[in-house]
Design a protein around this ligand. Structure first.
Ligand code: AMP
Length: 263
């Protein structure tokens, strides 16, 4: 990632609410190479299916803006208090309690970045929307600007494989790099390849917590899947294979939908 795109991403994460006056907003300069018919995507998928990895790969491939609401909240947590908008402060309280942030707070935070959603000519939403109310708010915002979603990609994997993936996941304490004891082991057991930090298993990656997380995901996302299916936007993608194979499958399915008139 170049220094300038890194800066753009920081601005995108912080948003105008984080100390930037509305009349002096940073313009999102992560503009897609071909701005005529850009991709506007929502990614869905249970924890552990590799949605974050695909979001990064799709962002590079499509040169689009990537908005992960979870990333925004985590970045907000690292800002000094005076740099945090009120929406961010409220969101952090919910996150700390391990709860979903209420729709109104999430929406306020997304609205702080709506100029990017509407101006960039393409985006990838990762972790948003998570509820029907959020999906409805997004639809209204886009309709008001005469734009529409291109596709909603739903990454699918059997529960048994998700549990295996998540329980094998190890995260670097220092740089947060992610490894897997089976699929992507580090060169030295328990030590990060990048920074020599200690690899740990996240509390919520333990088998008993995984089941609870998957059930919660299923409950909140099943209605969203039906919502987007009814709009003819859903693109189911099997999340098996290497990240590049899954990316290729995603692009193929997206183009199929586009050809059939979805985009
Ligand atoms: P994630 O990285 O997407 O799993 O998000 C991490 C945390 O951020 C979640 O556990 C929620 O507390 C909060 N969060 C992120 N996106 C949303 C959203 N769209 N709606 C509600 N809470 C969210």
């Amino acid at each position: 990632m170049s220094a300038s795109s890194h800066n753009d991403r920081l601005q995108w994460l912080q948003g105008p609410g984080a100390g930037v006056r509305p009349d002096n907003r940073v313009k999102c300069s992560v503009v897609p190479a071909t701005g005529k018919n850009p991709w506007r995507l929502v990614l869905l998928g249970a924890p552990g299916v590799g949605k974050g990895t695909q979001a990064e790969l799709l962002t590079q491939r499509l040169n689009a803006c990537h908005l992960s609401t979870g990333d925004v909240f985590r970045a907000a947590g690292k800002l000094r208090e005076c740099e945090q908008s009120n929406a961010m402060k409220a969101a952090l309280e919910f996150m700390r309690r391990g709860e979903l942030v209420p729709d109104a707070t999430v929406w306020e935070m997304v609205c702080e970045r709506s100029h990017c959603l509407l101006q960039c000519g393409g985006f990838i939403l990762d972790g948003f929307p998570r509820t029907i109310a959020q999906a409805e708010s997004l639809r209204k915002l886009m309709e008001a600007d005469h734009i529409a979603l291109s596709a909603v990609v739903n990454y699918e994997l059997p529960v048994s494989e998700i549990v295996q993936r998540l329980s094998g996941r190890r995260t670097c304490e220092k740089c947060k790099s992610v490894f897997n004891v089976k699929e992507r082991p580090p060169q030295v057991e328990g030590v990060c390849d990048r920074c020599n930090g200690r690899l740990i298993q996240r509390e919520d990656d333990r088998p008993e917590a995984i089941t609870v997380r998957l059930e919660a995901y299923e409950r909140s996302t099943a209605p969203l899947i039906r919502f987007y299916e009814n709009l003819g936007l859903l693109v189911p993608v099997v999340a098996k294979g290497t990240p590049d194979e899954i990316l290729a499958r995603t692009m193929e399915k997206m183009h199929e939908l586009a050809k059939s008139g979805g985009k």
